[in-house]
Design a protein around this ligand. Structure first.
Ligand SMILES: [Zn+2]
Length: 247
């Protein structure tokens, strides 16, 4: 028995995934044997993991399954390629409940921020541990329909790749804190080449970026294309890391 970090009750804690299992499943072979995963962190080191990292010291079974049902399951569908339509300059993510998507992303940030496991050492969320906990608690434990997610500005971006589409789409990097123009964000990565910036800061983000944040428009979220990974600064180290992990 130990204290669950979400409901704060003394309960039996279970193996809770920090990043949902579906974000890893695409790398499993069909016979059920798992291939080594390639996980690349901000400093581009690689790790092999038979399953996604989990922590058995943070959540009780009830809280973990409520997070799974309310956030992780719908998000799997939301972030699939079939929901993306291309525009002239940006892409659009359709058929998404934007509040659920925001709360899902905040719940991953929260899980990464409260776990002590080494893979998530690059995420630090300070006072947001309690603020995000309260938000999730109100929403899924107290069943409040409306929770106020204003202020948590989220920018969705996506890499593309002509040469290495499979690698880029299958890649999942460990999350980390990033500061841009004096504002603090946590960066999360998901399959299909998503890199998502979640603002954890009281300071406002620049107006031009504000125009593309997740709940700026009803029913659709804007995805900013990051362009070909091959032309990004990360590319060389990334491919080296992938080759190293294969050997
Ligand atoms: Zn609990």
């Amino acid at each position: 028995m130990a204290i669950c970090q979400l409901c704060k009750k003394d309960k039996k804690l279970i193996k809770a995934h920090i990043i949902p299992e579906w974000a890893f499943n695409f790398l499993y072979t069909k016979n059920g044997k798992s291939k080594p995963l390639i996980i690349v962190g901000a400093d581009l080191y690689t790790k092999k993991r038979p399953i996604g990292s989990y922590d058995n010291t943070i959540l009780c079974g009830n809280c973990d399954s409520l997070i799974g049902k309310n956030y992780d399951e719908p998000a799997k569908d939301y972030l699939s390629l079939r929901n993306i339509t291309s525009g002239d300059v940006v892409e659009h993510l359709n058929h998404v409940d934007l509040t659920t998507l925001k709360l899902f992303l905040l719940s991953v940030v929260w899980r990464a921020g409260i776990t002590g496991i080494e893979d998530f050492a690059m995420v630090s969320i300070g006072a947001y541990k309690e603020r995000i906990r309260e938000l999730i608690y109100k929403h899924i434990i107290l069943n409040k329909h409306y929770v106020d997610t204003r202020g948590y500005d989220i920018i969705i971006t996506r890499y593309s790749s002509k040469k290495h589409e499979k690698i880029v789409n299958d890649l999942i990097c460990l999350p980390y804190n990033q500061r841009m123009d004096g504002v603090n964000y946590v960066c999360l990565f998901f399959p299909n080449a998503y890199k998502i910036f979640i603002k954890l800061d009281q300071r406002p983000i620049p107006n031009d970026l504000m125009a593309v944040t997740v709940d700026r428009y009803p029913k659709t979220a804007i995805i900013l294309p990051l362009g070909d990974l091959e032309h990004s600064g990360d590319y060389k180290s990334l491919i080296n890391a992938v080759h190293k992990a294969k050997n």
